[in-house]
Design a protein around this ligand. Structure first.
Ligand code: CA
Length: 286
C-alpha cells in the first residue's frame, strides 16, 4: 500500500467512525479535545491507543495494520542491506582479480624445417576496468614471444600424400646419389625409403605426374661392395620387398634406385646402381 492509498484508507476509516468532519473542524482537533493523545506523527501505535481508549475496534484494526506495514518495511530494509553487503564483498573480489585475461594458446611455431629454430607468440588483454574500483588503465594487449622448434612439419615445397607422407619430387634436377641425399638433408629429410605398400602406392601416384622420369634415387646404400643395405629411414615394413627379378645382383653397385624402365614392364622396382650416375630424386621429411 503506498502512502496516498494509506492516507485515503485512514481517511475513510475515520469518516466511518466519526462521520465527515465539518468545515473548520479537523480530525486532529477532535482527538485532541477528546483524549489529548494525538501525536504529531500518526503512528500505528497511536491509532491503536486511540482505538483502545475510544473502544473503537475498527481504529484498533487500522493501528495494527499500520504497525504490520511498518514491520514489513523494516524487514525489507534489512534484506536490502544484506544484498548491499554481498555486493560490497563481490566488488572487493572483482577488484582483487588479476587485471589481465588468461594467455591465449601459443601461435604455430614459424620454423620451416625440423631442427631449425623459429618463434611463436601468445597474447592476453589487460586493463579490465570496472566502476567498482580503480584498476589498471588504459586497456592494452600484452604479447609474449618464445623460441621454438617444430617436431614435424611439411614445408611449402613438399606435398602430403594420400597416406600422409611428406615428400618432394626433385623433377628438374639430376644429381649423383650423395648430392641428392645432401639436398634432402638440407630440407630436413632424406631420400625417400619406399618401404611399405602404402608409400609405394603414393610415390607411384605422384611419379605418374612426371612422365619424363623413369628412375629416381631412393634411400638405401651399401658402405662396401657386397655389404648390407643401410638406410637413413628405418624400414617401416621390414618384410616389404620390391626388388626387380634377380636384383640386387651387382656387388659394386652400392646405391638403390627406383626404376620403371629396366624391367621392360613399366612397373617400378628397386634396382642396385652405381652411385655416380645423376638421377632425379624424391625426398621425404618425417
Ligand atoms: Ca643390378
Amino acid at each position: 500500500m503506498n502512502g496516498l492509498a494509506m492516507v485515503m484508507f485512514l481517511w475513510l476509516a475515520i469518516v466511518q467512525v466519526h462521520g465527515m468532519p465539518m468545515y473548520g473542524e479537523s480530525i486532529e482537533d477532535d482527538y485532541i479535545h477528546e483524549d489529548s493523545v494525538m501525536q504529531t506523527n500518526l503512528s500505528g501505535d497511536t491509532i491503536l491507543e486511540i482505538g483502545t481508549k475510544l473502544n473503537k475496534p475498527f481504529l484498533m484494526l487500522i493501528g495494527k495494520t499500520l504497525n504490520e506495514l511498518q514491520m514489513d518495511t523494516r524487514q525489507l530494509l534489512t534484506k536490502f542491506n544484506i544484498v548491499k553487503d554481498h555486493e560490497a564483498v563481490l566488488a572487493q573480489d572483482v577488484c582483487l582479480l588479476h587485471p589481465c585475461s588468461e594467455w591465449s594458446a601459443w601461435s604455430p611455431c614459424d620454423a620451416n624445417l625440423r631442427e631449425q629454430f623459429g618463434g611463436q607468440n601468445r597474447s592476453r588483454s589487460c586493463g579490465f576496468n570496472t566502476s567498482l574500483c580503480i584498476r589498471f588503465a588504459p586497456p592494452k594487449v600484452e604479447y609474449e614471444t618464445q623460441v621454438c622448434q617444430n617436431d614435424y612439419i611439411c614445408p611449402v615445397d613438399y606435398t602430403i600424400t594420400e597416406h600422409g607422407f611428406c615428400i618432394r619430387v626433385y623433377h628438374s634436377i639430376k644429381e649423383k646419389r650423395d648430392n641428392a641425399e645432401k639436398m634432402c638433408q638440407l630440407d630436413g629429410g632424406h631420400l625417400v625409403n619406399i618401404d611399405s605398400e602404402a608409400k609405394r602406392y603414393d610415390i607411384n601416384q605422384t611419379l605418374a605426374r612426371y612422365r619424363e622420369i623413369d628412375i629416381i634415387w631412393i634411400d638405401g646404400k651399401k658402405i662396401v661392395a657386397g655389404g648390407d643395405w643401410e638406410y637413413h629411414f628405418a624400414p617401416q615394413e621390414p618384410d616389404f620387398y620390391l626388388w626387380a627379378a634377380s636384383e640386387p645382383n651387382t656387388p659394386n653397385d652400392l646405391c638403390k634406385v627406383y626404376d620403371r624402365k629396366a624391367s621392360g614392364t613399366g612397373l617400378w622396382y628397386w634396382w642396385d646402381r652405381s652411385c655416380l650416375a645423376a638421377y632425379n630424386f624424391v625426398c621425404q621429411i618425417m
